[in-house]
Ligand binder design. Structure first.
Ligand SMILES: Cc1cc2nc3c(=O)[nH]c(=O)nc-3n(C[C@H](O)[C@H](O)[C@H](O)COP(=O)(O)OP(=O)(O)OC[C@H]3O[C@@H](n4cnc5c(N)ncnc54)[C@H](O)[C@@H]3O)c2cc1C
Length: 422
């Protein structure tokens, strides 16, 4: 085992939206931060930052104003994690997070008081709070039902302009589509390869030349989100110059390029803020030392590293992130063996119907916390005085159906950092 005697102020366990946000907020407070974690929801996300979109989920009621939606959900479910935060805290968290993305070259935009309607790859409309700037013109075009061309590519799976137009045809008559050959690309195409290829100005020019005969009568051109990995705004600006049209991106189905764009921002941005990152490494064990600090085992085998930290933030997600595990009879939290709020027995984990409008009880399982976001034991007392939790691992919400995924992760990470500073 390699020795590493540095003691950190805080260990952030998790590298999804909550873990990235917690590391960012903690380092901004001047704390000495270490972070571990592997692939999470952020890598598969559409890049949209949802704050609160649907409540009650059984009715599928969609909200224009996310703040009113939060007020309603907290009124109806006082234990929802948003009930632990003020609207100012939520708002500050999202602002700091998106400002960091902008500083790192990944611009995000949105309205302060309302959700933005955005196109999904299926052609449906999603209400979300912040979108990458490269998607913004799509929302404008959608709002105006402006003459718009959706471009897709031979060989690119999971994105069909025809499906998009078919879904929208009754609402948006001036939406049309064309499928073209990607310059230099034959056979199966992948968003990441296309994004790399589009860094080349020659490829951009050839692509626009192939599209223009179909775009004479449109104001907007929409592409699947493949317009560059590190500098999509620059590429969109260049394509606008070449085409003299407004350009936008629509997320592709996961895994899309939006996730790697976000991951890349944090991979380069967090170390430059002094965060020590152990990427693609998991916490495999934890010991509480006599002085109350944690000693974590990070990684496995000969590469295992002990990391000591005064405090920790658990941001390990649910099943997808590996923050919760399902045994035959119960759900467990594998790092600290914390008690997990869950249905009484396995037979109650799921509703009878897969698409049950109210969702499945298992999707609201997670860790119960006190008002300072410290996980509590069965008697309701903090399991550890210096452990806080954030993100999807928190109980009493179904982010997927409520459309509050990234927003809740970022906001609770902000609150967790604030509380551990006290
Ligand atoms: C396909 C998909 C699409 C999505 N699209 C959107 C969207 O458009 N908008 C939106 O707002 N939200 C979206 N989300 C949801 C959003 O990504 C999640 O709500 C959010 O990621 C929850 O974040 P989290 O950090 O709490 O958990 P996760 O993203 O699950 O991350 C958990 C992290 O913890 C790490 N971890 C787990 N165990 C350990 C351990 N023992 N040691 C160290 N690290 C550990 C994992 O490796 C991972 O890095 C999407 C999610 C998915 C899966």
């Amino acid at each position: 085992m390699t020795r590493n005697d540095d003691t950190y102020d805080v260990m952030v366990i998790g590298a999804g939206f909550a873990g990235m946000a917690a590391a960012l907020f903690a380092s901004a407070q001047g704390l000495k931060v270490v972070q571990t974690g592997s692939t999470g929801g952020i890598d598969f996300s559409t890049g949209f930052i949802d704050l609160m979109g649907v409540h009650p989920v059984a009715e599928g009621k969609r909200w224009r104003n996310p703040w009113s939606a939060i007020e309603a959900v907290v009124r109806d479910f006082p234990k929802h994690p948003y009930g632990l935060l003020s609207t100012d805290e939520i708002s500050e968290a999202i602002d700091i997070f998106t400002r960091f993305l902008v500083e790192q070259g990944l611009e995000y935009v949105g309205h302060q008081e309302r959700n933005t309607c955005s196109l999904t790859p299926a052609g449906t409309i999603k209400r979300t709070y912040r979108v990458p700037k490269t998607a913004w013109n799509g929302s404008v075009a959608l709002g105006q039902k402006a003459p718009t061309l959706i471009v897709d590519f031979h060989g690119l799976k999971g994105f069909s302009g025809a499906q998009l137009v078919e879904t929208q045809k009754h609402h948006w008559p001036e939406l049309k589509t064309v499928r073209i050959q990607f310059p230099g690309g034959r056979g199966e195409l992948y968003p990441e390869h296309m994004a790399w290829a589009l860094a080349d100005l020659g490829i951009q020019e050839k692509m626009i030349a192939a599209i223009m005969p179909h775009a004479v009568d449109v104001e907007y051109i929409g592409f699947p989100a493949v317009l560059g990995l590190n500098d999509p705004v620059k590429i969109v600006n260049h394509l606008e110059k070449l085409s003299e049209k407004q350009i936008f991106e629509i997320p592709t189905i996961p895994p899309s390029i939006a996730g790697p764009r976000l991951r890349a921002v944090f991979d380069r941005g967090l170390p430059s803020l002094g965060v020590r990152t152990h990427s693609q490494k998991m916490v495999t064990g934890v010991k509480v030392l006599d002085n109350g600090m944690f000693e974590f085992s990070v990684g496995t085998g000969a590469a295992m590293l002990p990391v000591t930290a005064k405090k920790a933030i658990l941001a390990t997600g649910r099943f997808f992130g590996k923050g919760l595990r399902a045994d035959r009879k119960k759900l467990v939290e594998p790092v600290f063996d914390l008690s997990v709020v869950q249905p009484e027995e396995r037979g109650q984990w799921h509703a009878q119907e897969f698409f049950a409008p109210q969702g499945h009880p298992v999707n609201s399982a997670g860790i119960e916390v006190d008002e300072r976001l410290r996980p509590v034991d069965a008697s309701g007392r903090p399991a550890y005085a210096n452990l806080h939790a954030a993100g999807a691992i928190l109980a009493h919400h179904d982010w997927m159906r409520m459309k509050c995924g990234a927003g809740l992760a970022i906001a609770t990470a902000y609150k967790a950092v604030k509380e551990l500073m006290r």
